[in-house]
Ligand binder design. Structure first.
Ligand SMILES: Nc1ncnc2c1ncn2[C@@H]1O[C@H](COP(=O)(O)OP(=O)(O)OP(=O)(O)O)[C@@H](O)[C@H]1O
Length: 749
């Protein structure tokens, strides 16, 4: 669930290094990044983000101070400009923590949110402090922290009653002191100390405190809804429900890496809050989509292009302005012949050292291209495995229920579910899939009593999951190795570029750089296209899964209605007229659907719908997933049952109708719709991409990844935290921290 968990004795430095340092590095490379502290009141969010109020010991300083120190240190070194703003949202009012009184004329210091034409949100009148001195910026931060709304509650002696948002913007300005000027775009880091979620019964808040708690919970709920929508891949996410979500829109979408540090208290009495926090963090964690990694690869490449452009522009400054455009591509793409023979971009080079350098440069960039494509390929395979895992999980949980019902063995099913959930959690921590193996062993040993019979859907799903886990850990390792190789190749290219001015005249140097730039540009376009194509495929798989899920939900609802009706009829209960009308409407609907059910499309739809339980997944030697469809229920059975058992049969008919319609719409091939769909999945092709159908496909808006930090109570209960994933994917991260009641002497909750 969490990418990293921090033990109770984890130091502030460890938590910072495990969660936020990679974000600071990303910001220095021109990305946007966000770190949130989330958790119940008193769980230690402010301690993590800010540090204790009287932190004389630098070791106690929180994430904000550490990140600012590091950013300012690097920025001063590079001559970059850093600006900072700090605000709080208290009772849905925005207050400038660097200027708590607000600008003249503001109502009680409350600032307004304004939307610009591009849909971006800004806070009117918010102070953007511009400083190059680390000491000064820390002073500003402390001043802002002192201005925050803090009140004592039963749960926390100094409870922050507001959400605090610290935003640091890094701007690369071209100055003579900054030789790498324009080498990367500007980046922004948001650091957010959310107010704690709270239960009135625990906090014993009354009056004003209770009202604050209501605002806090409402905005956290709005944030949770956005997270849920993003995690579910929704096309429309409602950020407008609270000021917090409006402000965080940029941080939650687009090219923004994010870490959520979820704070929990492992004490038993905090069980409910811990569970809620973990569920919230887990949901946030699922926003992290591998989809974001495509954009990451491409955006790194684009940053490299900007750097090369800047370098070319710098080189052009001192040369004749009538010479060929320094930034434009004066050379054509290298052909294999030209690059291999040493024939350069501008004709054969006479200087052997320069020829060698050019060949090395081209070879290094070719290697980088190859590695980037490999990364993209691995990500595509991982995406497929993610979808397949979800599918097999659904099959498993369905099969579990069936066995529970048939064998009357809730204990085994329960064990399987629990074990599998644990097994699934090994996915993110890259642990061995041993839990799945032991679950399989469990079900095997309990055969005949309550376990699943050999060859059953449950057993097949477990085996499929086991092979998926093996494949996933192989791919994750391969990805890590490829990233290391890419980093090495980048270093090698940088060294060769540094050697260029020594070996080449400025004209030759610019030509070579133009060549490299052009290669990068073409590569970026290619990768972007490839990535978007893969995202569309993923979106189609996600929608297929969603349809399966809806089918399941409808099936359960139908079952409930049928049984309730039986109860009503058997007990001769009289119905309220409106309910009676609803039943009639329902009956009409399913009858209408039943007629359509026997359309030519139905057989395919039904086979696919029911066959889902019997389909299996295997991975071939290249790691690509193969689907093997197996026969499900056949349409004759259903027609028979339609006569003998009206309600359930009609329900099935309706499902057939919907499937048939979808297949027809997607492929324009009538009854072959779903079959075509299955076939194209088997071959790894998207039905959508293959025929240019009119399906609308939404691309997931993703955060890079979610990290978590869980700190437990200082009194000896665990302090735990979750940290960022190994791969630098964009997303949200989550973490957990302890309530300070023990340390602070606040009353125990
Ligand atoms: N890891 C820790 N080590 C030592 N003390 C801690 C730790 N975590 C929290 N505390 C202490 O616990 C108390 C409560 O922590 P804090 O104020 O950070 O909680 P919070 O989650 O921000 O609560 P709220 O949401 O109510 O503002 C503080 O006195 C803090 O110093």
């Amino acid at each position: 669930m969490c990418d990293k968990v921090f033990e109770e004795d984890a130091t502030q430095e460890e938590v910072y290094a495990g969660t936020t340092r990679p974000l600071v590095e990303a910001v220095l490379r021109g990305h946007n990044a966000t770190v949130f502290a989330y958790g119940a009141t008193g769980a230690g969010k402010t301690y993590t983000m800010v540090g204790p109020e009287d932190a004389a010991d630098p070791g106690q300083q929180g994430v904000m101070v550490r990140a600012l120190n590091e950013l300012f240190g690097q920025a001063a070194h590079l001559g970059d400009r850093v600006t900072l703003s700090y605000l709080e949202i208290y009772n849905e009012n925005i207050r400038d923590l660097l200027n708590p009184g607000g600008p003249a004329g503001s109502a009680g210091g409350s600032l307004e949110l304004r939307e610009d034409q591009a849909g971006g949100v800004r806070v009117a009148g918010l102070t953007e402090a511009d400083t190059r001195s680390t000491a000064e910026v820390l002073q500003l931060l402390h001043r802002g922290n002192r201005a925050r709304t803090v009140e004592p509650t039963a749960a926390n002696r100094a409870s922050s009653r507001s959400h605090a948002l610290l935003s640091v913007r890094l701007t690369r300005a071209p100055t003579p002191a900054a030789p790498r000027a324009l080498s990367a775009p500007s980046g922004r880091l948001y650091m957010i100390d959310l107010a704690g979620s709270e239960r009135a019964s625990n906090t014993k808040n009354r009056g004003k405190r209770l009202q604050e708690g209501g605002h806090i919970n409402r905005s956290l709920l709005a944030l949770g809804n956005c997270i849920n929508a993003l995690a579910g891949g929704a096309r429309y996410v409602n950020f407008r429900d609270s000021k917090l979500t409006r402000l965080l829109k940029d941080a939650l979408t687009g090219d923004c890496r994010a870490v959520m540090i979820a704070h929990v208290s492992p004490g038993e009495r905090h069980g409910d809050e811990t569970r809620n926090t973990l569920a919230y963090a887990h949901r946030a964690g699922t926003i992290t989509s591998r989809a974001g990694q495509y954009r990451d690869i491409v955006s790194d490449l684009r940053a490299e292009i900007s750097r090369l452009r800047a370098k070319l522009a710098e080189g052009a400054e001192g040369t004749d302005s009538s010479s060929p455009s320094a930034v434009g591509p004066p050379v054509s793409m290298p052909t294999d012949a030209s690059t291999q023979s040493g024939g350069g971009p501008g004709g054969p080079a006479t200087n052997p050292a320069l020829t060698r350098l050019r060949d090395d440069l081209v070879a290094t960039f070719r290697e980088q291209m190859r590695l980037r494509r490999t990364l993209l390929d691995i990500d595509a395979q991982l995406l497929r495995l993610d979808s397949e895992t979800d599918r097999q999980q659904m099959i498993l949980s369905r099969a579990n229920k069936l066995y529970q019902a048939q064998a009357g063995a809730p204990s085994t099913a329960g064990t399987t579910r629990t074990s599998y959930r644990a097994a699934r959690s090994t996915r993110s921590t890259r642990g061995p899939p041993s839990t799945i193996a032991s679950t399989i062993a469990d079900t095997e040993t309990s055969d005949g009593e309550s376990g699943s019979p050999p060859g059953s859907p449950m057993r097949r799903a477990l085996y499929a999951l086991e092979s998926i886990e093996h494949e996933r850990s192989r791919l994750v390792d391969l990805r890590a190795k490829t990233e290391r190789d890419l980093e090495r190749a980048r270093g090698q290219a940088a060294r060769l570029e540094d050697e260029l001015p020594l070996q080449a005249s400025s004209g030759e140097e610019r030509e070579l750089l133009s060549l490299v730039l052009r290669v990068h540009e073409l590569e970026a376009e290619r990768l972007a296209l490839q990535g978007e194509r893969e995202l569309r495929r993923h979106e189609l798989r996600r929608r297929d899964l969603l349809l399966m899920r809806y089918d399941r939900q409808r099936h359960i609802c139908d079952e409930i209605i049928t049984r309730q009706r039986r109860l009503i009829e058997d007990g001769r209960l009289s119905l309220p007229p409106d309910l009676h009308d609803l039943y009639r409407l329902y009956q009409k609907e399913i009858h209408a659907a039943a007629y359509s059910a026997f359309s030519p499309y139905s057989a395919h739809g039904l086979t696919d719908a029911y066959g889902s339980l019997g389909s299996t997944f295997t991975a071939d030697s290249t790691g690509r997933g193969l689907y093997t469809a197996q026969a499900g229920a056949d349409s004759m059975d259903v027609r028979t049952s339609a006569r003998t058992n009206e309600l359930p049969a009609i329900r099935r008919g309706e499902r057939m109708y919907r499937r048939g319609t979808r297949g027809q719409r997607g492929h324009g091939d009538g009854g072959g719709g779903r079959a075509g769909d299955s076939a194209s999945r088997s071959s790894g092709r998207s039905p959508n991409s293959s025929n240019g159908s009119d399906w609308e496909v939404a691309t997931l808006a993703t955060l890079p990844s979610v990290m978590g930090r869980c700190t437990s109570r200082p009194s000896g209960e665990a302090r735990t935290a979750c940290s960022r994933r190994s791969s630098p994917s964009p997303g949200l991260t989550t973490a957990l921290c302890p309530p300070a009641s023990a340390a602070s002497g606040a009353p125990a909750r």
